[in-house]
Design a protein around this ligand. Structure first.
Ligand code: TYM
Length: 318
C-alpha cells in the first residue's frame, strides 16, 4: 500500500453519468484500482455551481456513489468519499485563489464557455479550477484520470502547484505525469462531444428501452461509406478488427448496424445496472462506505493542511 501511486479523480453530482464519463474517466478508475491507491470522490461542491436545490444535490450525490459501486469500484480497494466531507479542500482553494490572478483564470475554457452563454456567472464557476486544483494537490496525487475536456483543469492544477511552491517553498508535488496520454473525447448521438447539456447522451445505467431510443436517435451521415456516429460509439465496445468486419458485412444496412450496437450496449450495460441495483438495496452499507471513506481521507490530508497553514503563516491550533 505504502508505495503505490496515488490516483485521484471525481465526478460531479449534477445528473446521470453517461458512457462518455465512463469511457473518458470512470473505466480508468476501475482498471487502475488494483495497482494504485485510488481515491475517488463525488464532486458535490463543484455541483453547487449549477444544482441549487438541496434535495436534488443530496439525491445526485447518493446516485453517484451507487454509480461508482455499480461500475465495479471495490470499496476494499478504492476509497470513496464526498468532496464536502473534506473541508480542507475548500480552505486550500481559498489559499490558491490568493496566489492566482484573475486574468489567468479568465483564460479557462469552462469559464469562457459559460460567459458566452450566461449573462451572470457565479463566482463558483470562475473559481471552479482552483477548487479542482485543491482536490488534486491536497493528495500529492500521481495520476488524475479525466476525459479530454478536463485536461486544461489538470494543467491549471500543475500551474497552481508551481505558483504556490515558488511563493512559499516546496509543498506540493508537481503533477507532471498526471496528464494521461490517452485522454479521450467520447462523441454523443449527434457526433458532438457527449454531454448532458447537448442532450446527446447514452446514460451509463440506461434501461434497455433507453438504450434502444438513444441508438435509434443517432444521426447517421449517409455520405460516407459507413455511419460514422454509430461506428464511433460502437468502437468503444468492440475491437477494431471485428468491428470493421461487421461494418463491411453490413455495409449500407444502417438499421442492422444500429441493432448490433443496441445488442452490444445491452451486454455491456446490463451487468453494471444489476450490480448498481444490488448496492441500491443496501443503503446502510453504502452510507457506511462513504462515511468511512471521508473519515479516512480527512486523516490523510490533515497533515498536509498543517504544513500548508504553517507555510503561509496561518497559526494552527489542534
Ligand atoms: P464531470 O463530472 O463533468 O465529468 C466526469 C468525467 O467524465 C469526463 N467526460 C468525458 N470524457 C470523454 N468524453 C466525453 N464526452 C466526456 N464527458 C465527460 C470528464 O472529463 C471527467 O473526467 N471537474 C470535473 C470533476 C472534478 C475532478 C476533480 C476531476 C472535480 N474535481 C479533481 C478530477 C480531479 C468534472 O466536472 O467532471
Amino acid at each position: 500500500m505504502a508505495n503505490k501511486k496515488i490516483l485521484v479523480s471525481g465526478i460531479q453530482a449534477s445528473g446521470k453519468p453517461h458512457i462518455g464519463n465512463y469511457f473518458g474517466a470512470m473505466k480508468q478508475f476501475v482498471d487502475l484500482q488494483d495497482e494504485h491507491e485510488a481515491r475517488i470522490f463525488v464532486a458535490n461542491l463543484h455541483a453547487l455551481t449549477t444544482v441549487q436545490n438541496p434535495e436534488d444535490l443530496k439525491q445526485n450525490s447518493k446516485d453517484v456513489v451507487l454509480d461508482f459501486l455499480g461500475i465495479g469500484l471495490d470499496p476494499n480497494k478504492t476509497t470513496l468519499f464526498l468532496q464536502s466531507d473534506i473541508p480542507h479542500v475548500a480552505e486550500l482553494s481559498w489559499i490558491f485563489s490568493c496566489v492566482t490572478t484573475m486574468p489567468y483564470l479568465m483564460r479557462a475554457h469552462a469559464f469562457k464557455d459559460s460567459e458566452a452563454k450566461n449573462k451572470e456567472i457565479n463566482v463558483g464557476v470562475f473559481n471552479y479550477p482552483l477548487l479542482m486544483s485543491a482536490d488534486i494537490l491536497i493528495h500529492d496525487a500521481d495520476l488524475v484520470p479525466v476525459g479530454k475536456d478536463q485536461k486544461q483543469h489538470v494543467e491549471i492544477a500543475r500551474d497552481t502547484a508551481e505558483k504556490f511552491n515558488n511563493a512559499f517553498g516546496e509543498t506540493f508535488k508537481l503533477p507532471g505525469g498526471l496528464i494521461m496520454e490517452n485522454m479521450a473525447t467520447v462523441p454523443g448521438t449527434d457526433g458532438q462531444k457527449m454531454s448532458k447539456s447537448y442532450k446527446n447522451t447514452i446514460p451509463l445505467f440506461a434501461t434497455d428501452e433507453e438504450i434502444e431510443k438513444a441508438v435509434m436517435s443517432i444521426v447517421t451521415d449517409s455520405s460516407g461509406g459507413r455511419p460514422e456516429n454509430v461506428y464511433a460509439i460502437h468502437s468503444l465496445l468492440k475491437d477494431k478488427a471485428s468491428l470493421d468486419a461487421l461494418y463491411e458485412e453490413k455495409a449500407g444496412k444502417y438499421k442492422d448496424l444500429k441493432e448490433a450496437l443496441i445488442t452490444d450496449l445491452k451486454t455491456f450495460i446490463g451487468p453494471m445496472r444489476e450490480r448498481r441495483a444490488e448496492w441500491e438495496s443496501k443503503p446502510e452499507e453504502v452510507e457506511r462506505i462513504i462515511s468511512e471513506g471521508g473519515k479516512k481521507i480527512r486523516g490523510v490530508v490533515h497533515k498536509k493542511m498543517i504544513e500548508v497553514r504553517e507555510k503561509v503563516g496561518l497559526i494552527h491550533h489542534e
